[in-house]
Ligand binder design. Sequence first.
Ligand SMILES: C[S@@+](CC[C@H](N)C(=O)[O-])C[C@H]1O[C@@H](n2cnc3c(N)ncnc32)[C@H](O)[C@@H]1O
Length: 209
Amino acid sequence: MRQHVNPLSSNFNKVERIPSLSEMFSDSKLNLHLDIGCAAGEFLFDLASVNTSWNYLGIEIREKLVKNAKLKVFEREIKNLYFVFGNANNILNDVQSKYIIRNIKSISFNFPDPWFKKRHYKRRVIQPEFINVLSNELQKGTLIFIKTDVKELFDYMDRTISSNFYFKKIDKKDFNYSESFNPNKVKTNRENYVIVNQLTIFERIYMRI
Ligand SMILES: C[S@@+](CC[C@H](N)C(=O)[O-])C[C@H]1O[C@@H](n2cnc3c(N)ncnc32)[C@H](O)[C@@H]1O
């Protein structure tokens, strides 16, 4: 399977139909968490099985991974988990997603693709325009979590989010994880790899104010 796809390819311009929250989840009133770049979704499967008072939505640009994840959700009859295929920037910019964005309680960007070359920075999922869309549509109090093992990418993401007036940094030591989308601090696949290899994790939490 291809590890990297170019999110700016015209293949991703057309956004698939986004179902309503009540089509995605059996109880659409539960708190909603969105994981952007969820890969095969293992992190979300783990979260959804333990935290049944949350709904989880994953967006992933590699279609095969989303197809497999959707099949698993169907076979296991999981009612608080849904996956959408495509470029998260295009999906969340699409008019169909506005209602969903308004209902999100938190968003995670876990170990996004770094795109190291300067000419490829535009392929990074966090872009100033994207953060603007989120700041316009998210409710006050919504949280954004970023994590990466690439310091340069962390600085770039932090600069991009912090330069938007509507996001405030939250001090991790004041943060109560027990009420968050991930009370047991479940780790993503990349995070487990980073821990095993004793690499540094850079992370930050922001709140829409
Ligand atoms: C390095 S992997 C990290 C996967 C997972 N979050 C983890 O922590 O193990 C980054 C993932 O983001 C996906 N991705 C990259 N750009 C994306 C975009 N614009 N929209 C949605 N998914 C994207 C990639 O296909 C890949 O699965």
